[in-house]
Design a protein around this ligand. Structure first.
Ligand code: URP
Ligand code: ZN
Ligand code: ZN
Length: 466
């Protein structure tokens, strides 16, 4: 095992900014100081660059069977793309099989990642059936396996959706075991009826995916999820929040002092309903749930990030190819069959820096907070991950605020044949990326090794985010 010295950079955390050298010994930061004069196996000059904690993406779907196919990135290609974009830890989802406990899913997803991932990873567990045995296994996941969060769905009837009683039971269980429930909050019953009605009228184009998933359906489910968590007396985390209707529910709860938390994603900050109106089948690129919203919602979401009503930006990376292979095409004649999801694991930091920091909406400390520190604090990874401090892992991004990138499927590393931001020029991006002190990306060149990524056991307990 080796030592790395990163010299002359500007260290930026959620709280601090200072010139310093950072010394990493066997993966862990052991010294931070000025003019460190130590021998090291690797010495990196970070002059002119910001030294940020590695990005943490708490919502990805690699190698995920869904919508009659499997997401296009596996744990190798997906984590390589993540590393290129400055993300050094991700939390993916294991899915409980029908009629099964949680262990087959946990072991199955460990196998999917092992020997492939190039950066560190953890799992949330998607719970589909909550028997007494499964409730007991939730405890074991939290206490023994370091898997401390569970995703439940209020949408996708027959696939993932669970009823309120199941949600309430799972919430109560986290009061005992210190886990956290993550909620996909859309009213699946209402949406199901709207989808059937649209199809009956012959409305089959991709845009009807959005038109049958109104913001009220997300707002209602968000409010209900928070109310259930309040009755259970536990925190709740709303995933991929897309619109003002849902944000209002989170805001109201937080104003009442309830521990309600939420993430949004770059697609909701930068894309909009207008993308569904693109010609032909183009709109399928943006079929995801919740769908893209009218543009005015973006300003509300940014305000939510500024005011900490939203604490995290994750990606919900769930890529399906348009043509090679034809995955989105499964729903060519029926929008309800288009596999839901879009790529984004590689572009999160660049987009949020360019659209957030460069425009003056947030400062660079808030940037670090929403892409790294709060995700770590929310999900039991901090202070091992999410900051630059003695004792933390040497996960770092040497970030060049002047680097210009044209986002494109021609150059990205995600294994998907389109980029939702095709042609968009962003300023500010990762120059060098280190995972536990090892350089994994050096000026666009991948230097890591397949399988070097490690499973990270997480700490249970209340989110450490204010
Ligand atoms: O459309 C989406 N979001 N696909 C991934 C599954 C989910 O609900 O997160
Ligand atoms: Zn979801
Ligand atoms: Zn998702």
């Amino acid at each position: 095992m080796s030592t790395t010295l990163v010299r002359n950079g500007t260290v930026v955390t959620a709280a601090d900014r200072y010139q310093a050298d950072v010394y990493i010994d066997r993966g862990v930061i052991t010294l931070i100081g000025q003019g460190l004069n130590l021998p090291a196996d690797t010495v990196i000059d970070a002059s002119g660059q910001l030294v940020l904690p590695g990005g943490i993406d708490v919502h990805t779907h690699l190698d995920m069977p869904f919508g009659g196919t499997t997401s296009a990135d596996d744990f190798e290609s997906g984590t390589i793309a993540a590393a290129h974009g400055g993300t050094t830890t991700l939390i993916d989802f294991a899915i409980q099989g029908f009629g099964e406990g949680l262990y087959p899913a946990f072991e199955g997803w460990m196998k999917r990642a092992e020997g492939k991932a190039v950066v560190d990873y953890a799992f949330h567990m998607i719970v589909r059936e909550l028997t007494d045995q499964v409730s007991g296994e939730m405890d074991k996941m939290v206490r023994h396996e370091g898997l401390t969060s569970f995703k439940l769905f209020m949408a996708y009837p027959g696939v993932f959706m669970v009823d309120d009683a199941t949600i309430f039971k799972a919430l109560l269980r986290t009061r005992e075991n210190g886990g956290l429930i993550c909620m996909h909050a859309e009213n699946g019953g209402v949406i199901d009826i709207l989808v059937k009605e649209a199809l009956r009228k012959g409305q089959t184009a991709p845009k009807y995916h959005a038109l049958t998933r109104p913001t009220r359906a997300e707002g209602e489910a968000t409010g209900r999820a928070i109310a259930l968590a309040e009755m259970a007396g536990v925190p709740i985390y709303i995933v991929h929040l897309s619109c003002s209707d849902a944000l209002e529910k989170v805001k109201q709860a937080r104003d009442m002092g309830l521990p309600a938390y939420a993430e949004t994603c770059p697609q909701y900050l930068f894309l909009s309903y207008d993308d569904y109106e693109k010609p032909g089948f183009e709109g399928a690129k943006y079929v995801m749930s919740p769908p893209l919203r009218e543009k005015w919602n973006q300003e509300a979401l940014w305000k939510g990030l500024v005011k900490n009503d939203l604490q995290v930006v994750s990606t919900d990376h769930c890529p399906f190819c348009m043509n090679e292979p034809p995955q989105k095409q499964i729903g060519k004649d029926d929008f309800s069959k288009i596999p839901n999801g879009a790529p984004g694991i590689e572009t999160r930091l660049m987009l949020v820096w360019d659209g957030g920091v460069r425009t003056g909406k947030i400062d660079m400390h808030r940037f670090v907070e929403i892409v790294s520190t709060s995700p770590a604090k929310m999900f039991g990874l901090w202070p091992k991950k999410g900051t630059i401090a003695v004792g933390s892992d040497g996960d770092m991004v040497l970030f060049d605020p002047d680097k210009e990138t044209t986002l494109s499927a021609k150059t990205h590393h995600m294994k998907v044949d389109y980029n939702p931001y095709e042609g968009r020029v962003v300023k500010g991006g990762p120059a060098v990326v280190l995972s536990r002190g090892e350089v994994v990306v050096d000026h666009g060149e991948f230097k890591g090794k397949k399988g070097r990524g490690q499973f990270v056991k997480r700490q249970p307990g209340k989110p450490l985010v204010p």
